[in-house]
Design a protein around this ligand. Structure first.
Ligand code: GDP
Ligand code: PGA
Ligand code: MN
Ligand code: MN
Length: 609
């Protein structure tokens, strides 16, 4: 039994040996006031949110049921890529795109930080499951955290609590494996010390140990840094599991597209953070007769089914969506989801009558409380909401949720879209010639940086498969894994790969393509390409539609703008080549020869233009 008697540590509703000993070990290290085993019940949610309101972390909204406003520390607003580490034994296994540290050294450093780090706080133990609980092999995790805000958010974002804990024991009585995920805000409280509304630490570490499938996070209470089931588990650790076991863990939304003839197609799409996944996932088509249903807005796990097709499952149970820009015109289904309540809004503005507001929601009210908790009026110099402010809301409330969203088999993917935020060069849509060419498109994907990660915004960088901050191993090996995946199925069963760009701009920086619901026109064209019904022009970069090939009926945009959005520009592409060269050189010997060959072929085709 435990040496130090920490209240609650032995109230474990489980006999799972490995789990119990780890919880005790962490409690002894971090010395919390008490340990609470999270059950995921509504009573628990009420108790925790009441407590968070009392502490000043949350403000209860008057205008939305069971919903809360939170303002973070102004320095804890996004993922911290500079402080994110892949701690593989061999630095080569982390590759050129990740920060690496030796696992033993990282553990020594972090054990020092964790020592006493939960003093004066409650340590919560959250059993959770990524993906359906009914899966043959449920993907389990155990997050330990000293943040009640994280517990509440995990209730929205994952399947957690008692029902997840039950899955830790297999039907035959054996103990199942799980990913231990340790999180501390790094803000111990001295006896009698007053807490702050958003405790965190200036020093931050987001560490993944791919070989031992462990996650250690310290110093941040925000989003992907702290909700460890999301980026840390479902992408960084899962990408390594996928490499080892022959499947893919991707930064992709999953949507269901239904044609006027009621034919069903499932599409997965990878765009970097804050580049349109959540919006596309909940799209309201503007073209008559077409319908979209949602299965996921951020992460897809894809495995081959018995029929040789690639099936996708969304590991999450909630949306953690970018708030600014979301309204009834751009994303009505997100608005309808949050209207139902049961949500947490972080770093948006608070209205005087107890509702939320953010930029893009129409006319601003005369007075707001900004995300910095300051008075805000339409004359203020700064936006009322942080550009990476988020709504955290249960998927189950989404009015267009696909009924099969919780099916452990997943859904068979017909098309994969890669996309980024590029003001130039990348056409609205390009179809790849085959899987290998599509892998090249993904591997060379580029995008302007956004506020979703700390650092400068608007800088073009390579973001392979929109996974730059999330690949848990060497990016060159990851590309090879993609190529190998394509060899494991018949070409006609593989999803067709497309490259899209909703963000091309004219010389006045205006978006050339209206985006949002109008993106349904691009989805329709892609599906018609699969069916062999739509035309395209072959260019050096792939198949690109002309304005006549797209269904533009009822669209109030000039043909010049559409053509500018669709344009393949050989000069712009020639300027892109050195950037791709530089990027591929970074992969060293691990760059798959087939991708080098794709680049060489592109160069040859471009020089003939
Ligand atoms: P995610 O982080 O990839 O899920 O991206 P979101 O769907 O949350 O969108 C991020 C930002 O891009 C939001 O401010 C959206 O309003 C904006 N956005 C999304 N889709 C489009 C689009 O098709 N066109 C334009 N111009 N902006 C978009
Ligand atoms: P996003 O998710 O992709 O919806 O922005 C959060 C993130 O990637 O940090
Ligand atoms: Mn994301
Ligand atoms: Mn999103």
């Amino acid at each position: 039994m435990t040496a130090v008697a920490i209240p609650g540590v032995d109230n474990a509703p489980t006999t799972h040996e490995r789990l119990l000993s780890w919880v005790r070990e962490v409690a002894e290290l971090t010395t919390p006031e008490e340990v609470v085993w999270v059950d995921g019940s509504d009573e628990e949610w009420t108790r925790l949110t009441d407590q968070l309101v009392e502490a000043g972390t949350l403000t209860r909204l008057k205008q939305k049921p069971n919903s809360f406003w939170a303002a973070s520390d102004p320095d804890d607003v996004a993922r911290v890529e500079q402080r994110t580490f892949i701690c593989s034994v061999d630095p080569e296994d982390a590759g050129p795109t990740n920060n690496w540290m030796d696992p033993a050294e990282m553990k020594t450093t972090m054990l020092d930080l964790y020592r006493g780090s939960m003093r004066g706080r409650t340590m919560y133990v959250i059993p959770f499951c990524m993906g359906p609980l009914t899966a043959e092999k449920p993907m389990l995790g155990l997050q330990i955290t000293d943040s009640a805000y994280v517990v509440a958010s995990m209730k929205i974002m994952t399947r957690m609590g008692t029902k997840a804990l039950e899955a830790f024991t297999a039907p035959d009585g054996t103990e199942r494996d799980y990913v231990p995920a340790l999180h501390s805000l790094g803000a111990p409280l001295e006896p009698g010390e007053d807490d702050v509304p958003w405790p965190c630490n200036e020093e931050k570490y987001i560490s993944q140990f791919p070989e031992t499938r462990e996650i250690w996070s310290y110093g941040s209470g925000y989003g992907g840094n702290a909700l460890l089931g999301k980026k840390c588990y479902s992408l960084r650790i899962a990408s390594v599991q996928g490499r080892d076991e022959g499947w893919l863990a991707e930064h992709m939304l999953i949507l269901k597209l239904i044609s006027p003839e009621k034919k069903v197609y499932y599409i997965a799409a990878a765009f970097p953070s804050a580049c349109g996944k959540t919006n596309l996932a909940m799209l309201e088509p503007t073209i008559p007769g077409w319908k979209v249903e949602t299965l996921g807005d951020d992460i897809a796990w894809m495995r081959f089914g018995k029929d040789g097709r690639l099936y996708a499952v969304n590991p999450e149970a909630g949306f953690f969506g970018v708030a600014p820009g979301t309204d009834y015109h751009t994303n009505p289904n997100a608005m309808r989801t949050i209207e139902k309540g049961n949500s947490i809004f972080t770093n948006v503005a608070l209205t005087d009558d107890g509702d939320i507001w953010w930029e893009g929601m129409g006319e601003p009210p005369a007075h707001l409380t900004s995300w910095k908790k300051q008075d805000w009026t339409p004359d203020s110099d700064e936006p009322s909401s942080h550009p990476n402010s988020r709504y955290c809301t249960p998927m189950a409330q989404c009015p267009i949720l696909a009924p099969e969203w919780d099916d452990p088999q997943g859904v068979p993917i017909s098309a994969i879209f890669f996309g980024g935020r590029r003001a130039d060069t990348i056409p609205l849509v390009t179809e790849s010639r085959d899987w290998q060419h599509g892998t090249f498109m993904g591997a060379t994907l580029s995008s302007e940086t956004t506020a979703a990660a700390k650092g400068k915004v608007g800088v073009v960088r390579r973001d392979p498969m929109a996974m730059l901050p999330f690949i848990g191993y060497h990016a060159g090996d990851y590309f090879q894994h993609w190529i190998d995946t394509g060899k494991r199925a018949d070409a006609d069963k593989l999803p067709k790969i497309f490259y899209v760009n909703w963000f091309r701009r004219d010389e006045n920086k205006k978006f050339l393509w209206p985006g949002f619901g109008e993106n349904s026109r691009v989805l329709k064209w892609a599906i018609e390409r699969l069916e062999g019904k739509a035309a395209a022009v072959e260019t050096p970069i792939g198949y690109v539609p002309t304005a006549d090939d797209l269904d533009l009926s009822g669209l109030d945009v000039s043909k010049e703008e559409i053509e500018a959005a669709l344009k393949f520009d050989a000069d712009e592409w020639r300027a892109e080549l050195p950037l791709i060269d530089e990027w591929f050189d970074k992969m060293g010997a691990k760059l798959p020869t087939l991708l080098r060959a794709e680049l060489d072929a592109l160069k040859t085709r471009l020089s003939a233009e």
